[in-house]
Design a protein around this ligand. Structure first.
Ligand SMILES: [Mg+2]
Length: 322
């Protein structure tokens, strides 16, 4: 804090003593994937070296994405390359997994749910035993009678679940609206209002649809992706975290990742590879929950921090770790 204004510290500009203090202040890194480790295609250069350096020096690294569109096979294939083929499924987290867990805890893990989401999101739920009601993906004839028959089907839906859907349409919103008039749970996965696909491509995200339903149903969703508190409650339980301050959350989007770190009481690090650079953080100082504790241009640069700290510790005869 500086004069009451929170400023992110640029890790590469810290003194060596501050770098050591930073390094010793966490045991686990939870990192976002898209925009941090890769953007659409191949991983960013040097990411695997950072992961290796962190793990070799005692840090557990787990992967927490808001992207349930990617299959577990795809996550594994990408992350195997970055982790010398040593990543457990348990360490790959996305909203569909959290939704399954949440429904089980509420004893509706096999209940009927109306789901707006991608095929992979829905498959993840189906494989876990959830009865998925969805669609329609095809156009409905333009008459009130025809539309009513589709949206007003009286199914005993236990939860309406909204995530990213390539084939989003108005009829799906109308169906969701009608189920929400009854006592179905209202669950949101990814809440991203914008999906950045590069510096100039920013697409409408599922958070926009959740906002529409929230307004019309006059109900707040239970958010099971970032930046929802429920997601970190489950992660804290899953990884038996006793002190959230000893977790560093790494992400590229202030509204999702930094906010998530903030509500979880984690430390936060923003990387510049998703489009939000250090300069842009100055405009966020009036919203402290969006300002990270630390900033670095890329995840790959973390290797340098680890290397600097290890050299310093070796010179001073320190042992690594807290
Ligand atoms: Mg991201």
């Amino acid at each position: 804090m500086d004069n009451g204004i929170k400023m992110a510290k640029n890790l590469l500009k810290l003194s060596i003593e501050e770098k050591e203090h930073f390094f010793d202040s966490f045991d686990m890194i939870q990192t976002d994937c898209d925009g941090v480790l890769w953007l659409l295609g191949d991983p960013f250069e040097g990411v695997e070296r950072s992961i290796r350096a962190l793990r070799t020096n005692g840090k557990r690294v787990v992967f927490v994405s808001n992207n349930s569109v990617r299959t577990m096979e795809d996550y594994r294939a990408k992350l195997y390359k970055l982790t010398d083929h040593t990543v457990d499924d348990e360490d790959i987290i996305h909203p569909a997994k959290i939704v399954v867990q949440y429904l089980r805890e509420r004893k509706i893990g096999d209940g009927l749910c109306y789901v707006i989401g991608s095929s992979n999101f829905k498959n993840c739920l189906r494989e876990a035993g959830v009865q998925v009601l969805d669609g329609p993906d095809q156009p409905v004839p333009e008459s009130v009678r025809e539309v009513s028959a589709v949206i007003n089907d009286g199914q005993p839906v236990k939860a309406v679940i909204v995530d990213f859907d390539y084939n989003m349409n108005n009829i799906k919103l109308l169906r969701a609206q009608l189920y929400l008039r009854h006592d179905a749970l209202f669950i949101a996965g990814a809440m991203d209002t914008v999906l950045p696909l590069g510096p100039r491509m920013r697409l409408i995200g599922p958070g926009c649809y959740v906002d529409v339903l929230q307004k019309i149903a006059d109900r707040k969703p239970i958010v099971l992706g970032k930046p929802g508190r429920e997601m970190s409650k489950m992660l804290i339980q899953l990884y038996a975290i006793d002190n959230p301050r000893r977790v560093l959350f790494v992400g590229d989007q202030p509204e999702m990742d930094v906010q998530f770190g903030h509500v979880s009481n984690y430390q936060t690090l923003l990387v510049g590879t998703g489009g939000v650079k250090e300069e842009a953080l100055k405009q966020l100082t009036t919203t402290p929950s969006l300002v990270p504790d630390f900033y670095i241009d890329s995840f790959a640069d973390l290797e340098q921090i680890v290397r600097d700290v290890m050299v310093y510790k070796a010179r001073n005869g320190h042992k690594s770790g807290p």
